[in-house]
Write a protein that binds this ligand. Structure first.
Ligand code: ADP
Ligand code: PMV
Ligand code: MG
Length: 338
């Protein structure tokens, strides 16, 4: 049994715009997806995914094309849920040049699904890492990140960035612009996450922004403005002392950019009443800034606050199901059991 775990992430700045070649800065957080893989003697893939919102299920199907799972839930639902694991298996088979490899796979995760914390990327990164190791063909981090990106790209119908997958593979804060992916130094940011208990469909939300951008020049301008604010934000981060508590003045500047980023994402149609309510609760509580994180539509916001005020305020906010302090994960994907 080979076991790997990979972290989720929050976007400090730049989601959605990153799909169109603008830079983005996500940061990995200490919430992880753990994938256990055992190669099989046949070409079947058996997946246990107990945290999936289908209330957990077990399916078994062969590796051949056209052979779909035999389960008593609607097939499109299963396919939507299984898409990322499926794509990870395909990438691992391809990387190890083992097209008929079969696996028993178990996925466990403390990253809420579809909530903007990159559960899909964490599952794909940990899954490909564990499966290729199990086949005796481990990948280096760059290749792993690239393979994981290709898996997300496929599931999201050709609209994905390398940001989530690179961040999950590498850990820490990263900067992604097109195919240029680099780790960056960042101060120890006091991140607070609010989760509304819901989820958004990444593919649909990305497509929605794409359509707006095609239809209106000012929507395309909004995407470019996000790129501008990311460049401003990364310059601020580069000037800060790495790993240290940032001074209040820096937090105020970063927070202002996060607020601006949320406004532009909201204009692009990817916020939600619950996300706006949490963003405003955080700001009212004295957070330096707050924004939705990830694809949006529902899920999580991220705020900057070194005090307990934001976490406390969020825990009393109607529509916020869970509030927690998110610790930066300096380590990306790692092997739990070789
Ligand atoms: N614990 C898990 N087990 C199996 N699949 C998972 C798990 N967590 C996430 N996934 C996959 O990732 C999808 C959610 O990804 P996505 O919509 O991109 O949201 P996010 O990446 O923000 O969490 C799920 O529908 C599922 O396919
Ligand atoms: C909207 C997007 O920029 C981020 C999606 O993040 P998440 O899957 O919601 O965690 C899409 C992408 O970069 O692939
Ligand atoms: Mg995702």
């Amino acid at each position: 049994m080979t076991v790997c775990e990979a972290p989720g992430k929050v976007y400090l700045f730049g989601e959605h715009a990153v799909v169109y070649g603008e830079p983005a800065v996500p940061a990995a957080i200490e919430r992880r997806a753990t994938v256990s893989v055992e190669p099989r003697d046949d070409d079947h893939v058996r997946v246990e995914a107990e945290d999936l919102s289908l209330d957990g299920f077990t399916v078994e199907y062969s590796g051949g094309t056209g052979d779909r799972p035999d389960v008593d839930v609607p097939t499109p639902l299963v396919e939507a849920a299984m898409g990322y694991v499926d794509a990870a298996v395909e990438q691992a088979r391809d990387a190890a040049d083992a097209p008929d490899a079969g696996f028993d796979i178990a996925v466990e995760s403390d990253i809420p699904l579809g909530a903007g914390l990159g559960s899909s990327a964490a599952v794909v990164v940990a899954g490909i890492d564990a499966a290729t190791r199990a086949l005796g063909e481990p990948l280096d981090r760059r290749e792993l990140a690239e393979r994981a990106y290709r898996a997300e790209y496929e599931v999201q119908d050709g609209q994905a960035s390398r940001a989530d997958t690179f961040c999950s593979a590498t850990g820490g804060a990263v900067r992604v612009e097109g195919d240029d992916c680099e780790p960056i130094e960042a101060p120890n940011l006091p991140l607070v996450v609010g989760f509304d208990g819901g989820a958004g469909d990444t593919g649909e939300l990305v497509a929605g922004v794409g359509a707006l951008r095609e239809e209106y020049g000012f929507a395309a301008d909004a995407v470019e403005s996000i790129g501008d604010l990311v460049r401003t934000g990364e310059a601020l981060l580069a000037d800060a002392a790495p790993g240290e508590e940032p001074p209040a003045a820096l937090l105020a500047e970063l927070g202002e950019l996060m607020d601006f980023n949320h406004g532009l994402l909201s204009a692009l149609g990817v916020s939600a009443r619950s996300l706006d309510a949490m963003v405003w609760a955080a700001r009212d509580a004295g957070a330096h800034g707050a924004k939705l994180t990830g694809a949006g539509g529902g899920g999580c916001i991220v705020a900057l606050d070194a005090s307990d005020a934001t976490e406390t305020a969020l825990s009393f906010t109607q529509g916020c199901e869970e509030a927690f302090r998110a610790e930066l994960a300096t380590e990306g994907v790692r092997v739990v059991e070789p």
